[in-house]
Design a protein. Sequence first.
Length: 289
Amino acid sequence: MNYQHLLVQHTHDIFWITLHQPETRNALSPDMVAELAHVFIQAAQNDAVRALVLRGSAGFFCAGGNVGNFQSRLQANAEEGEDPVVSRNRAFGHVLQALTALPMPVLAVVEGAAMGGGMGLACCADIVLATDDARFALSETGLGLIPAQIAPFVQARVGRRVALRLGLSGERVSGTLAQQLGLVDALAADSTALDALQAQWLNRILGCGPQANRSLKALLSRDVTGDPSLGAWLDDAAQRFAQCMRSEGAEGIAAFRERRAPSWSTTLQAADVARLHGRDTASSSSAPA
């Protein structure tokens, strides 16, 4: 697929996805949402992918929904009784579900701002990195709307109390405060430092067994508080542990004893990160369809 709204690279066993509509501050147009849906499917179907990274181009993560498209939604004709506003809104929810269901670690790297739907994308990531001066907001209520599709993912990330605080006030919080609220995991001073921080976290992930990471994500996708049988949850955990022990675990233990890096370990530099997000080139790239 030739992506028009994203820069997509697949290298180092990582999907590097850069939202790339700088003229709208990477706002989530229907076309961009469709491209995100496609690339998430591609990543999910590739067992060799060890991580997926989301970042925005031109020093800005995502301005949220494209307000310029809202009026066209109201004017669109319903087909076969389906409300076009409902269907467009729900389409983004499907993308968020696909993002949270990805089997590999997902990083969101935020500079500039993550507003509305952009904050929703960040909340679906396993690890969120940001600059100190990044801005996060649930901006929908200021427009008389609600953060509909992103609400459950925001609540899962920061809890009901913080989700209500941000949603009911439209408060814009800095990267520093976002870290205090549990939205951000680690901070960098600026975009250049963010490249280095991103490389550091990816190197940590690439130092872990790729199948072990996938198995852990699947295990933690279960809601232990809602599971009627904690024993069943722990039975599943024991089976997954045994599978790891008989596969990657053998290599990991041998590497530990021999004081060497395991066979899956890879190292990235900050310059690699910048290049793969198109920060040193104006050209775009596409992943294979």
